[in-house]
Design a protein around this ligand. Structure first.
Ligand code: GAP
Length: 476
C-alpha cells in the first residue's frame, strides 16, 4: 500500500512530445485493434476504468498465466489462493488502511478541479513525502504560494482523502455493515496464512500467490491504464524466518527482474528504485521501474514487510498466527517478503516495449507510410498463428479451414481471407501475431504451406503434417 509520494516530474507534470506521441499511438492501436476500450464509452466514459477487448483479454490472460507459472508451477514452495474481494472491515483497520491509506487533496476554488497536494509541491520543486502531516503539507503550500496548475486559481487547504471504495452488506446501511472493496490483494493472503500453511502442511519458508481485482479511488489518474480505479494485482507473499528475510528479499528482487526480461522487456527500459522513505509496514522497499510512455515509474513493488502484517492481524483478531518450527520448536512470527505487480501496468509495459514502427513499411506489398509491428514475446502474444488462404477459391478455403481446425486445438488463431496478402501480414504484425501461414494453389499439390515469421520476415515452406511440430518448437 505504499502511496508513492516519489513522483518523477516528467511523469506527473509534463510529458515530452516524443513520449506523448508514443502514448497516443498505443492508446489508438489498443482501441482500433480491440485490446483496450474506455469503460462505458457510449455514455461519455467512466474515468480511469478500462475494458479489455477480445485481444486485450488474451494478452492479459497470457501475462497472468506466465506470472502464475513462474510462481506456482515453477516453485514447489509456492501455492495459490483466490480470496474474496470483500473482507471483514476489521482487516482494513488492522492493516492500517482505514487510518492511513489516504492522499492529501486540495480543490481549486475557481475551476473546482481536485489535485494531490504532494504532487503540486513536487512540481514546485519542493520535496514531499509520506511522513508529512496534513499541517506540514499546508504550511508548504502556503509558503510556496501554490495555485491551481490548470487555471491559476486559489486552492483550499489540503485534507486527507481515504482511497478505499466503500459499500454496505445486508439491507441496512450503517457503520457495522460497511465493507471495502479491497485496495490490495495481499491482506487476503495474510488472513489465510494459517489456513494455507496447515492445510498444505507447509514448512517455512513458503509463499502464497494470488491474482485478483483491487480498487482505489485514485484522484490523479490519466496515463491510460497506468493508474486506474479498478485494476488487477499479481501478488506473492513469501513467509520466512526473520533471520533469512534479507536473503530471500534479494532472491525475489533478482527473480522478478529476470521475469520481465525473460518475457521480452528490454533491459534498458527497466531499473530498480530504492525507497528511502518507507511505508509504515515496510522494513525495506524497492520498485522495479519501467520507462513508460509517460516516463520512468513504478511497475512492481518489492517489500520486506517484516512481521507487521501477521502481528497486526494477531492483535486485531485474537488468533495465534505464529509459526512453530517442528525441528527446533522455535515459535515466531514470520517475516513477509512481498512481490506486487499490477497486471494492467504489466500489460501497458509489455505493449509499450513491443511497439515498434517501420518508416515506409517492409516492402511486402501493402503500401504504408509507417508500419506497426508489435514484437510481443511469442508466449504472451494474443494470437499465435494466422491462417491466410491466398484466394477465396473454395478449394483453398477448404484446405485453410482444415489447417485452422488442427491448429485451433492448441493455440489461439485467426483466419483471414480478405485483402491483399501484404495487407493481411500488416494486420497480423500490428497485433503481434508471431506466425502467418499462407495456403496457396501449390499447397493443394505439395501439401505444404508457407510460414512467415513476424520478426525476421523469413518465409519457409513446410509440410502441413509438420506444421504442429514446427509451431510447438517455436512457440513456448
Ligand atoms: N500490496 C502492496 C501494494 O499494493 P502498491 O505499491 O500500492 O503495493 C503494488 O501496489 C502494485 O500494484 C504497483 O506496483 C502497481 O503495479 C499496481 N498498482 C497500484 N495501484 C494501481 C492503480 N491505481 N492502477 C493500476 N495499478 C496499480
Amino acid at each position: 500500500m505504499a502511496r508513492t509520494y516519489y513522483v518523477s516530474l516528467i511523469t506527473s507534470v509534463t510529458m515530452s512530445k516524443e513520449h506523448n506521441n508514443k502514448m497516443n499511438k498505443i492508446v489508438s492501436l489498443a482501441k482500433r485493434r480491440g485490446f483496450i476500450f474506455q469503460s462505458s464509452e457510449i455514455y461519455g466514459g467512466l474515468g480511469s476504468v478500462y475494458d479489455y477487448g477480445p485481444l486485450g483479454i488474451l494478452l492479459k490472460n497470457n501475462i497472468k498465466q506466465a506470472w502464475w507459472k513462474s510462481m506456482v508451477q515453477d516453485n514447489l514452495d509456492i501455492v495459490g489462493l483466490d480470496a474474496g474481494i470483500l473482507m471483514h472491515q476489521k482487516v482494513w483497520e488492522a492493516s492500517g488502511h482505514v487510518a492511513s491509506f489516504s492522499d492529501p487533496l486540495v480543490d481549486c476554488k475557481r475551476c473546482k478541479l481536485r489535485h494531490r497536494a504532494d504532487k503540486l509541491l513536487i512540481a514546485a520543486g519542493v520535496e514531499a513525502d509520506d511522513k508529512m502531516t496534513i499541517d506540514e503539507i499546508n504550511d508548504l503550500l502556503d509558503k510556496h504560494n501554490t495555485v491551481c496548475p490548470d487555471c491559476g486559481g486559489e486552492l483550499t487547504s489540503a485534507r486527507s482523502f481515504n482511497l478505499m471504495l466503500k459499500t454496505h452488506l445486508g439491507p441496512v446501511e450503517s457503520d457495522e455493515s460497511t465493507v471495502y472493496l479491497r485496495p490490495e490483494t495481499a491482506q487476503g493472503i495474510y488472513v489465510n496464512f494459517k489456513n494455507v500453511q496447515q492445510s498444505m502442511r507447509k514448512k517455512l519458508p513458503f509463499g502464497i500467490a494470488q491474482v485478483g481485482k483491487a480498487f482505489r479511488n485514485e484522484i490523479t489518474t490519466k496515463q491510460f491504464i497506468f493508474r486506474t480505479r479498478e485494476f488487477t494485482q499479481m501478488e506473492m507473499q513469501y513467509f520466512v524466518h526473520p533471520k533469512y528475510a534479507d536473503k530471500y528479499y534479494d532472491i525475489w528482487k533478482q527473480k522478478r527482474m529476470k521475469w520481465f526480461l525473460d518475457y521480452g522487456i528490454s533491459e534498458s527500459n527497466v531499473r530498480y528504485h530504492k525507497h528511502d522513505k518507507l511505508a509504515h509496514y515496510a522494513k525495506s522497499a524497492f520498485d522495479i521501474e519501467y520507462n513508460f510512455p509517460g516516463g520512468w515509474d513504478e511497475l512492481e513493488g518489492l517489500h520486506n514487510r517484516g512481521d507487521f502484517d501477521l502481528s497486526q492481524h494477531e492483535k486485531y483478531s485474537g488468533e495465534d498466527l505464529q509459526y512453530t518450527d517442528s525441528g527446533t520448536k522455535e515459535k515466531y512470527t514470520p517475516y513477509i517478503i512481498e512481490t506486487s505487480v499490477g497486471l494492467d501496468r504489466a500489460v501497458f509495459a509489455f505493449l509499450s516495449d513491443a511497439y515498434s514502427t517501420i518508416e515506409g513499411g517492409r516492402g511486402e506489398g501493402a503500401k504504408s507510410d509507417e508500419e506497426v509491428v508489435l514484437r510481443l514475446h511469442k508466449t504472451i502474444a494474443p494470437i499465435k498463428v494466422a491462417i491466410l488462404p491466398l484466394s477465396k477459391k473454395p478449394e483453398l478455403q477448404n484446405l485453410a479451414h482444415e489447417i485452422a481446425d488442427i491448429l485451433k486445438r492448441r493455440w489461439m488463431i485467426q483466419y483471414d481471407e480478405t485483402g491483399s496478402i501484404g495487407k493481411r501480414y500488416r494486420r497480423q504484425d500490428e497485433i503481434g501475431t508471431p506466425y502467418c501461414v499462407t495456403v496457396d494453389f501449390d499447397s493443394l499439390e505439395d501439401k505444404a504451406v508457407t510460414i512467415r515469421d513476424r520478426d525476421t520476415m523469413k518465409q519457409e515452406r513446410i509440410a502441413i503434417d509438420e506444421l504442429v511440430h514446427y509451431l510447438q518448437d517455436n512457440i513456448c
